[in-house]
Design a protein around this ligand. Structure first.
Ligand SMILES: C[S@@+](CC[C@H](N)C(=O)[O-])C[C@H]1O[C@@H](n2cnc3c(N)ncnc32)[C@H](O)[C@@H]1O
Length: 244
């Protein structure tokens, strides 16, 4: 699978040239007829997984849609709040699996600081673009440090982290295939970037490091990765295994 960067009407040409250089992708001026591509317009950066179905694209927006709704009512995010426990302190949370930043944004909107790390450069760029567009309306984004890299390595350079949050990719089951749209887009992006997803070992490797608390998000029926869980917070389809 290859990916190109589509330059439409020279809009933000310099920005796209830098992205193309950074990713080592080709910059094209003709609308791609097949494959995946990255493009930009007034609404921001897009990843189109399949040129034949351009509407099925990946574009991150914290101000509208389901994410906008979740942020507006973040006080109702009882599961994520419970994982942090009752605290009036501002916590520093290390999100080692940033993805679309959906969970991290809820932690930020609850008043915490987040250092979020994403291994995919494409996802990192999509999220960074979404943050730049939303910063004026969501001032809590100033408490976010967004980094690109392998979170295991990046974590070792951090100090005073209260919580490590991990949400590795779940295997896509037949039952969840329809709801797995964004997750399968992440898988395609990782494939494009030749990134081996080490979801199985990520938690066990973090567990070997120094930490105060690890929150591991799992499918509700997913098997325990490690037996000495301190406690669990359970929702309908998701559970959080907490290690202290
Ligand atoms: C299921 S998604 C996370 C979704 C995220 N919690 C959200 O709310 O949008 C998992 C993400 O973790 C990233 N990831 C997995 N292992 C990583 C690592 N070692 N370092 C950085 N990112 C990693 C993957 O690239 C993927 O984007």
């Amino acid at each position: 699978m290859t990916c190109v960067i589509y330059l439409e009407d020279s809009y933000k040409e310099e920005e796209l040239k830098l992205i193309a250089q950074d990713l080592n992708f080709e910059l094209v001026q003709e609308y791609p007829q097949e494959g995946s591509f990255i493009s930009i317009n007034e609404a921001g950066l897009y990843f189109i997984d399949n040129a034949k179905i351009p509407l099925d694209n990946l574009h991150i927006d914290f101000l509208s849609g389901s994410m906008g709704w979740r942020i507006k009512r973040s006080e109702h995010e009882t599961l994520l709040k419970k994982t942090l426990g009752k605290t009036k302190d501002t916590l520093t949370i290390f999100d080692g699996t940033a993805g679309f930043l959906s969970d991290a944004i809820i932690f930020l909107s609850l008043g915490h600081k987040v250092i979020a790390c994403e291994q995919s450069k494409i996802l990192y760029l999509l999220v960074k673009d979404a943050c730049n567009r939303a910063i004026e309306e969501l001032p809590f984004l100033s408490n976010l440090t967004l980094l690109h890299g392998n979170s295991l390595e990046v974590y070792k350079e951090q100090m005073d982290i209260d919580v490590i949050y991990l949400d590795p990719l779940y295997p896509i089951t037949k039952k969840h295939i329809l709801r797995a749209g964004n997750i399968s887009a992440i898988k395609n992006i990782l494939e494009l970037e030749n990134i081996m997803d080490m979801a199985d070992t990520l938690f066990t490797e973090f567990k070997e490091l120094n930490y105060k608390k690890i929150i591991l998000k799992r499918p509700i029926k997913g098997e325990k990765i490690c037996s000495n869980i301190n406690y669990q917070i359970k929702g309908k389809s998701t559970r959080f295994d907490i290690y202290i």
